[in-house]
Design a protein around this ligand. Structure first.
Ligand SMILES: Nc1ncnc2c1ncn2[C@@H]1O[C@H](COP(=O)(O)OP(=O)(O)O)[C@@H](O)[C@H]1O
Ligand SMILES: [Mg+2]
Length: 234
């Protein structure tokens, strides 16, 4: 199986990027894939959600300094389902000239690499976009968030060769008419697939108590649909 690098990118905070990255990581890990989550967020949200040490030092060091070719990056592994994590944190802010992610992580045999990007950090976003086979532009289903996601899609399209991309609306509230209408309206406006992860309190609870997103329920079904689209592209 060729590895698949997936970047979850968005300009605004709180739009469900980390939930999407962790949800997809859990989905693929439960299917038995070797999954690595690269937390590119100086806030280290994905790492904190997995109750990991969120300094970002190991990842920053890997990206900042050329390592020996035989040196395999040191990754934290979680069990059940098995999942690798390169934790994010404040050390990512201090990098000077980070080298490409694929080069830095070349020693790791992985099936799926998920890159969780921070809100509004162009340099870290670029690092993920340049490594990605698939870009998921994540935003909430509201006008201002969508404007930020549109910029991410433009930047992705400007890359050569450009990764496949989709818009993923996070925390979609089915009780609101505007939210329900958003996927169809946006599918007409953007030339990319539009998917959504519906609001699911079990997902929020899991992330707030150091557990992986649940394997069943509303969000799990939506995350499975996003993974199905990704699998069809790679
Ligand atoms: N589909 C969802 N259903 C319920 N809560 C969600 C969902 N997606 C995200 N959340 C919650 O919303 C908050 C922000 O989500 P997060 O994924 O951290 O956003 P971002 O990474 O874009 O800043 C978190 O508390 C998270 O648990
Ligand atoms: Mg986040």
């Amino acid at each position: 199986m060729k590895s698949c690098w997936i970047a979850v990118v968005g300009r605004k905070g709180g739009s469900g990027k980390t939930a999407l990255a962790l949800g997809l990581a859990a989905h693929y890990a439960r299917k038995g894939a070797r999954v690595l989550l690269v937390d590119l967020d100086p806030q280290g949200s994905a790492s904190l959600a997995l109750a990991s040490d969120a300094t970002g030092e190991r990842l920053a060091e890997l990206l900042d300094k050329p390592t020996e070719p035989e040196m395999v990056p040191n990754v934290t592994f979680f069990e059940s389902p098995a999942l690798g994590l390169l934790a994010g944190g404040p050390a990512l802010e201090c990098m000077t000239a980070p080298r490409p992610l694929r080069e830095a992580l070349a020693g790791l045999p992985m099936d799926v690499v998920l890159m969780d990007c921070p809100p509004g950090h162009a340099a870290l976003d670029r690092l993920a976009l340049q490594a990605a086979d698939v870009v998921l532009a994540a935003c909430e289903p509201h006008r201002l968030g969508i404007a930020g996601a549109a910029r991410v899609l433009d930047e992705t399209h400007a890359l050569q060769p450009h990764p496949r991309c989709a818009l993923v609306l996070g925390r979609l509230d089915e009780r609101r008419g505007l939210d329900r209408a958003a996927p169809n309206l946006l599918a007409g406006a953007f030339a990319v697939p539009v998917m959504a992860v519906r609001q699911d309190s079990a997902l929020a609870e899991a992330l707030n108590s150091g557990r992986l997103p649940p394997a069943s329920g509303r969000a799990a079904a939506d995350l499975g649909a996003v993974a199905g689209w990704i699998d069809g592209q790679t």
